[in-house]
Design a protein around this ligand. Structure first.
Ligand code: ADP
Ligand code: ZN
Length: 704
């Protein structure tokens, strides 16, 4: 089929403007009648590869898929695009099955999903059906080499014998070569064309953080992105429950999920997640298989994963819609020890330990993380990715000999009895109860590291552990012991290179933060609400209506006519007819309200200005106008940037402005105050920061 026609069909039926890499070549091969083995990462867009040809063939397409939940989801998505599809499984009555088989016979349904266990229901009808194509999703389930072996898949080899001229398309996200060959052999594929897509998922950012104050870090992360869906993977069932509880206590809508929970509760949690009713799930790795949710915006690993395969599959659940999505891995030394213990006690101990070691290398990487991941999957990349924490903050080495000496001698003074936190308190000369009770403040070395922050000391100590100068005695209350190597530093003048601790790119955080606050009141949120309402009415997951990528485009393009609406990626013929009017109305309404808002805002600034120029104090203005002090302050800052007020010296001194400028250099943005507040360790008031930033911002604008 010509490429133009294929593109036109893609747009008409699925609303997509262009193919993702490899989709087109896979589809063309299948259409030419050849067997095909397609290897694509999770989120690569496998479904289109059989759904589009299914519409173009004369006969029907059978899709073998392992999970009932997934089938339902795919059938819903197809229906939303106006494409008739069904699934057949054991939960249906035989009348229902007959009804669908009849529809397949008369070609009013062209796509049927079936689990391998249920193929027998179709079997009886095979002779009377014209079968144009057979797709086998999650094809690695056929291979005992793969990580998801399913006995029922092994019978699928008979399909090729039964339908020797029907093309078979096998799809999987499992990359290793042994599994690939095994799939082709077991399915009896006839000289299949093998298409291997890149495993690079450029839209996923990669970040590894030390597991200091994990819960706090997670809460801060989540608070910066209201309404976004995410998964937090934990090693143990207990952690999932504890973490979910801690998040709930902070008013965050999160639930726990693990295989030990009652089946009903599990199903409910999964549904709530899929339907955007509960955006966050704290789960063991039992969660995620069979979830097609395209708008998972982030994945956090609370603990170190066992191996890179698992890790990559889990982070792959973020950002299937192709929009930027974040992944964070928390690394702790305790996890490594525990996982080593598990691995050494389990099957294939050596292999598992070696895999864990690779995982650890990834976490401790000092060069582009994506390169490391892709090379693990056999892909060679020469360019650094620019979208991992290492690319963004390359490690800087420095001579850390003195720091190391201080830390190691502190451990000596404390007779190797204390855990990391207390060692840091001791180094910093903290005046807390445990120090005083044990009279540690009397010892030599107490406070010798006062000039280094608590956080940095923790990081340096972890580095010293990784470098082998000291170790954690996990079975003895985590006290820190010296190793023989420590002697070299303490007494033989060995030099120690440490990497500088980077404050997690504050500038980046700020940018995201301002984006998040814009998101709260913006058009995206309006559209998201509308999508949610429609999804509830139709009883389907919200992303089935439109995915996040489509909503983002609607937000930027703001189409006001049907013709414009159809140009949006993800809007095909059926969705235009079904949802076009409602979304266009919502956009028009939003635009109208925006105009009104701008007018109103103008009026409120004028009122503040009038009082301010009369010399009324900020507190009084707030009182008179029944508004918050911070609102009035923000008015004044705005009035200053807009040249209605010329002098802010009553709010901020020249010296403070200089200090703020210094901070501005590191923080990078002047639109959010919290990072400045933190920068000055809460010593400069918010009102001062706000006014100071207004001054800086205005100077910047003048310079441009
Ligand atoms: P996989 O099965 O490989 O994990 P899916 O088939 O579920 O991936 O597709 C992932 C997401 O990408 C879905 O939300 C789908 O709608 C979207 N998608 C697929 N193909 C395209 C395309 N050509 N353009 C834009 N989005 C696409
Ligand atoms: Zn990188």
């Amino acid at each position: 089929m010509s490429n133009e026609l294929l593109h036109a069909k893609l747009k008409e039926h699925f609303g997509f403007e262009k193919f993702r890499p490899n989709q087109e070549s896979i589809i063309q091969t299948v259409l030419s009648g050849k067997d095909t083995l397609a290897i694509m990462p999770t989120g690569g867009g496998k479904s289109i590869c059989f759904q589009l040809p299914a519409l173009l063939f004369n006969g029907i397409t059978i899709v073998v898929s392992p999970l009932i939940a997934l089938m339902k989801d795919q059938v819903d998505s197809l229906k939303a695009n106006g494409i008739a599809a069904c699934f057949i499984n054991s939960t249906q009555s035989s009348e229902e099955q007959q009804h669908y088989i009849e529809a397949l016979r008369n070609n009013s349904i062209k796509l049927v999903y079936v689990a391998p266990e249920s193929l027998s229901y179709l079997d009886q009808a095979f002779d009377s059906l014209e079968i144009s194509m057979i797709a086998i999703d999650e094809a690695h389930c056929i291979s005992a080499w793969g990580h998801d072996f399913r006995p029922a898949y092994t019978n699928l080899g008979y399909l090729k014998k039964r339908f020797p001229t029907t093309p078979i398309l096998a799809l999987t996200a499992t990359a290793d070569k042994a599994t690939r060959t095994d799939i082709a052999t077991q399915l009896n594929l006839a000289e299949p064309k093998i298409v291997v897509a890149s495993f690079d998922r450029k839209n996923l950012s990669l970040e590894v953080r030390p597991a200091v104050d994990r819960v706090k870090q997670i809460i801060e992360f989540i608070e910066r992105k209201p309404n976004e869906s995410g998964i937090i993977y934990c090693l143990s069932r207990k952690t999932t429950e504890e973490l979910a509880q801690k998040l709930q206590q902070k008013g965050i809508n999160a639930k726990a999920y693990h295989a030990g929970l009652e089946a009903k509760l599990r199903a409910k949690t999964q549904d709530d997640f899929i339907n955007d009713d509960c955006p966050i799930v704290c789960a063991t790795i039992a969660f995620g298989m069979g979830i097609d949710k395209s708008n998972v915006r982030w994945v956090i690993h609370y603990n170190l994963p066992k191996n890179i395969e698992g890790y990559y599959q889990e982070i792959g659940r973020a950002g299937r819609d192709g929009l930027p999505s974040e992944t964070i891995l928390f690394e702790s030394y305790a996890d490594v020890i525990q996982l080593q213990k598990f691995a050494s006690e389990g099957l294939n101990a050596d292999l598992q330990l070696a895999k864990l070691e690779r995982m650890r290398h990834y976490a401790d990487a000092l060069s582009c993380r994506r390169k490391i991941l892709l090379s693990y999957f056999g892909e060679l990349v020469t360019e650094n990715c620019g979208n991992c924490d290492i690319c963004q903050n390359p490690p800087v080495f420095f001579d850390g000999t003195i720091l190391a000496q201080k830390a190691l001698s502190a451990i000596t003074r404390l007779q190797e009895k204390e855990p990391m936190t207390l060692i840091v308190d001791f180094l910093r000369g903290s005046k807390n109860a445990s120090i005083y009770e044990k009279e540690y403040h009397q010892l030599k070395s107490y406070g010798i590291g006062a000039e280094t922050s608590w956080y940095d000391w923790n990081q340096y100590l972890i580095q010293l552990i990784n470098l082998g100068y000291c170790e954690i005695a996990f079975h003895q209350k985590n006290r820190i012991l010296l190793t023989p190597l420590a002697r070299k530093v303490l007494f033989e003048g060995e030099k120690v290179l440490l990497t500088a601790v980077v404050q997690k790119s504050v500038a980046k955080l700020v940018l995201k933060e301002s984006k998040a606050s814009a998101a709260k009141n913006g058009l995206f949120e309006t559209l998201r609400q509308l999508r949610y309402t429609i999804a509830k009415e139709e009883g389907v997951p919200a992303y089935v209506i439109f995915n996040d990528a489509t909503l983002r485009q609607l937000e930027t393009v703001r189409p006001m006519s049907e013709a414009e609406f159809l140009t949006i990626d993800g809007v095909g013929k059926a969705k235009l007819e079904k949802y076009g009017a409602e979304f266009i109305d919502a956009i028009a309404e939003f635009q109208k309200n925006k105009k009104i808002r701008v007018k109103k805002e103008g009026a409120t600034y004028k009122e503040t200005l009038a009082l301010f120029t009369k010399g009324v104090s900020v507190e009084e203005i707030a009182q008179q106008r029944k508004l918050g002090v911070s609102t009035i302050l923000s008015h004044i800052a705005k009035l200053y940037t807009d040249d209605h007020i010329t002098d802010l010296s009553t709010f901020v001194t020249l010296e403070e402005i200089e200090q703020l400028k210094e901070a501005h250099k590191t923080i990078g943005s002047a639109s959010v105050l919290k990072p400045y507040f933190d920068y000055f360790e809460e010593q400069i008031a918010y009102s001062t920061i706000r006014m100071g930033l207004a001054v800086i911002e205005k100077e910047e604008v003048r310079r441009l």
